[in-house]
Design a protein around this ligand. Sequence first.
Ligand code: ADP
Length: 581
Amino acid sequence: MSALSANGDVVSVVLAKQTKLLYGALNISLIATLINSCVLIVVLWPVVARELLIGWAVLIWTLSAVRWFVALKYHQQTLDQQALPRWHQYFATGVYAAGIVWGFAAVWLYPLQGIGYQVFLTFVLGGMAAGSLTSLSYDRKLATIFLFLLMVPLVIRVLFSQEQLNIAMGLMLGYFCLMFVLTSNRIGKNIEQNILYELDIQLRHKQIKQSEHRNEVLLQTASDAFFLHDLKGRFIDVNEQACKSTGYSREELLQMSVSDIEKGADEQLLMEMWPTLKAAGKLELECLHRRKDGTTFPVEVHIGPVEIDEHSYVSALVRDITVHKEALESYNQAKLEAQRLNLAKSRFLSHISHELRTPLNAILGFAQLLQLNEKDLNELQKMNVNEIHKAGGYLLEMINELLDLSRIESGKLELDNQAFPMTEVIAECLNLVRSQADSFQVKIIERLTDAECIIWADPVRTKQVILNLLSNGVKYNSHPGELTLECIMVEQKWLRVKISDTGEGIAEQDLLRLFNPFERLDNRPNIEGTGIGLVITKLLIEAMGGEIGVNSHKGQGSVFWLDFVLCKEAVEEQVKPIHGL
Ligand code: ADP
């Protein structure tokens, strides 16, 4: 009953069924009424007042005609759920009226003399009661009320008649009446139960049909091809996509087997695969499928074991991965090409930087010679020589940075890691940056609490990275401004060199681009730079096993820090090898 009880309309469905059965049995009970009433009138004609007989006959026949007419209307209707209680009510009213009229017969038509006539009337009424068991028991309430209306006046009439057997007969009739009620109740209950069972079966049947339909639609409209085959690979069922992808019709596929469309598959292999598949529950594989025109295409297959009615099958969902494979192939090619080009670019940069450095060093050398003999030069010449020296120095710095970057990218940079205290390096960096800071009116504040700690790094590269951050701190500071250099130990593992400035800071969205090569966030033309200092700094500190970090907000200055590996840690740990960008 579970499926049915979930349905809230069950009461009205049962009512509809009961009403249908009641109206269905009405014609027979009307015929019985007609025959019984006729026989009764004929038999009682000599012993009962005629007016009473005729009056009762008119009553019962009119009522029967009305009930027949209502039944006719009921059968002509296309029943809607809402009209149902009304039709049931009409029927019930007809039954109650018939019960009353038959009950009246026991009082009005009861012959005053002649035991034979009295027994006959009792017999006819008893027959009507027995007949109601079959025609009215579809609704227990109706049957019970009808039986009471019909039998109770008879029982009373018999009990109060003048005959000697009256009490015994009256009691027997009362007993019959009770039996009839109990029997009709039992029949009614069984009928209700049967109706419910029938409804449940109908509902389940409908649900199964709906679910089958849903599965069929899903299967046929699926974007993946579906195959169901037996253990030898013979196809049992396929969906529309299977036909589309292979180019065969459904009928053709159902005559074929897996080995006809899958490269390398054969009956033996498929049979051997079954135990593994059954144990694993599902398997995934990639293979080639062959179309009807002979062309092949790569597919990803998800297979699973299926057991129906003690027969074993394999279900296979097949996805065409041609596009995916092509995309992967072109991605790999593009990646290789990009790596090749990057290497070529690094080689070119390295080569050109070397080529540029030689003549540049000569230019710088001659400029220095001229500066040494400045007494032979007039003011304009002196200025020009200074410009040559300054521009040459800047160019050399840029070339050196480019050379560093290309060396790192091509994995050719060699580090000379060793243990040393930070103090000296910091002092050297500060010396080098101080004149630049003075000229930009930037005050340097030192908080070198743990500068004496021993770190594990390349001293030259350590100087380079700190100097780069210090120089940025001066360049991108406000003028006048402040630059704070701190040296603190972190988690007993790192020595942190922290450089904070009071400059414009960096907007949050720009922080992501900060370590991109050649990316300059500041548009001020008078600030010299190439946009690769921070990239090199990041690569170098990471190559030495450390890390770089930054915290900055627009208008609130910036804090950059470098974490160097403390010596005891460095000795135990392998320092990371350097990687390209
Ligand atoms: P550059 O040679 O341009 O200084 P960097 O790689 O050192 O190259 O820095 C990249 C960019 O990051 C700079 O152009 C600048 O816009 C921004 N930047 C670096 N340091 C700071 C800082 N301390 N404050 C604000 N902006 C900075």
